[in-house]
Ligand binder design. Structure first.
Ligand SMILES: *Cc1c(COP(=O)(O)O)cnc(C)c1O
Length: 457
């Protein structure tokens, strides 16, 4: 048995944590998780924390779930991995069938990879090559949005829109058409009335249409996160934006790529965010919750039209030359199948509706805190934006690390959170109970109150 001091020592000596300023990390006591129990995480000292961010937006039914564990154990007693390059395996076949059944009609083909970034890379490369097969090779550019997050690989960053993540790598990224959001989009209060929301939507769609016209015949596809931009700060798109964008893409004969990496698997209250606006994209990316938060697994789904364009004689080289070594991993696919089976067996999406209503109601209380500038909610995901001054809106300076301090406070009160700069994200596992959810929201509320009302804190 390895002792706590050694673990802490080795962590600091050998590990480089993602999206983490290691200088700060080294100065602090790390939380090292040892076990999970439903919606709780348990560290090596035995402390229990409510998982308020579903372990980086992945967990669906809770940790250490008996049925998911059984699915994994049953599969591992058969085989852990075998390749999908030139061969096939049972769980990958069954999951592909299930995903086609589960996604909007028309998405009939499944291409596997391992994470959200690769699911996006696959979508971009399929779209790009598709136009070559269609004899429109000048369609080389992707239209993408400010504040978008599609992953950290070079292609995914190229269609991203978060300057603090992406500017450093600017000269490595391929050029695309980046469309800005209207000013008012950033401040929810300013778009509070439905009239204003609709005006924002129109201005935004007009900007897209202008770009599509300016680059007529040069756009391979439009990529976006449907309904809500996650890592960009939990920013909610105006209602109907997705549907009208899809119509615009169709009219301009370009492809629509929907990145459901965060929104998929029930997070918005429906299985896919696209369903809220009856949209079938040309390509759909899914990852995070696909294997219930257990294992890395991703899929890019597409239509017969796109798939068929890649068919031809071997020597024609129309093949999609792309594939990751662990693509279609049987363990991950077996867990994903069970993940989806639980949705169906427990009628989870219909049960989730009342949880979402409760979540939404309770989040209104956060507006009573003087430094809460905005509460943005989409299904079972929320962002509570903290502001130095909420009228007029004045953001907290970066060096105050207010988001990080709130999450640290929450930890001492029994909840694990992770901020997006000054926005506190609340995204628990879908299966969280009402009392656990109340406890999580109480902790978040108190932590914000304590940190923002005490300047010395
Ligand atoms: C997290 C995320 C990704 C990247 O997924 P990884 O598995 O971290 O590579 C891509 N798109 C969206 C919308 C995401 O939220």
């Amino acid at each position: 048995m390895i002792d706590k001091e050694t673990l802490v020592d080795w962590d600091k000596r050998y590990l480089w944590h993602p999206f983490t300023q290691m200088q700060d990390w080294l100065a602090e006591e790390p939380v090292i998780i040892e076990r999970g129990d439903g919606c709780y995480l348990i560290d090596i000292a035995g402390n229990r924390y409510i998982d308020g961010i579903a372990s980086m937006w992945t967990n669906v039914h809770g940790h250490n779930h008996p049925e998911l564990n059984t699915a994994l154990k049953t599969q591992i007693d058969k085989i852990a991995h075998t390749t999908l390059l030139g061969y096939s395996n049972i769980p990958a076949i069954q999951l592909a069938q299930k995903l086609v059944e589960l996604t909007p009609p028309g998405l009939n083909k499944v291409f596997y990879s391992d994470n959200g970034s690769t699911a996006v890379e696959v979508a971009l490369k399929i779209a790009y090559q598709y136009w070559q097969h269609k004899k429109e090779p000048s369609r080389k550019l992707f239209l993408h949005f400010d504040n978008a997050y599609h992953g950290d690989t070079i292609g995914a960053m190229s269609v991203g829109g978060i300057d603090s993540f992406h500017t450093t790598f600017d000269s490595l990224l391929f050029k695309g058409i980046r469309v800005s959001a209207p000013e008012a989009y950033h401040s929810h209060h300013a778009v509070d009335t439905s009239h204003n929301k609709s005006a924002v939507k129109t201005r935004w769609l007009n900007a897209v249409e202008r770009a599509l016209s300016e680059y007529e015949g040069k756009i391979a596809g439009i990529i976006l996160e449907p309904l809500i931009q996650g890592a960009g700060g939990m920013l909610i798109a105006p209602k109907g934006f997705l549907k009208e964008l899809a119509a615009l893409a169709k009219r301009k004969e370009t492809l629509l790529i929907v990145d459901e990496v965060m929104t998929g698997l029930g997070r918005t209250g429906k299985m896919w965010a696209c369903e809220h606006e009856d949209v079938t994209p040309d390509l759909l990316c899914t990852a995070k919750g696909l294997a219930g938060g257990y294992l890395p697994l991703a899929a890019t789904l597409t239509t017969d039209e796109i798939y068929n364009a890649f068919l031809g004689a071997y020597r024609d080289l129309k093949t999609f030359f792309h594939g990751h070594t662990f693509t279609g991993n049987p363990l991950a696919c077996a867990v994903a199948l069970e993940n989806i089976a639980i949705f169906e067996r427990e009628n989870l999406l219909s049960k989730l509706q009342s949880t979402i209503k409760h979540f939404r109601n309770r989040l209104q209380e956060f507006y009573t805190l003087p430094h809460v500038g905005d509460v943005r909610i989409c299904g079972f995901a929320a962002g509570v934006e903290l502001m130095k001054n909420s009228d007029p809106h004045t953001p907290y300076p970066l060096e105050e690390k207010v988001g990080i301090r709130v999450c640290k406070e929450a930890l001492t009160r029994g909840a694990m959170l992770r901020p997006l700069v000054n926005t506190i994200v609340l995204m628990p596992p879908l299966q969280i109970s009402t009392s656990e959810l109340d406890a999580l929201l109480d902790i978040a509320y108190t932590s914000i109150d304590v940190v923002t009302s005490d300047p010395s804190h």
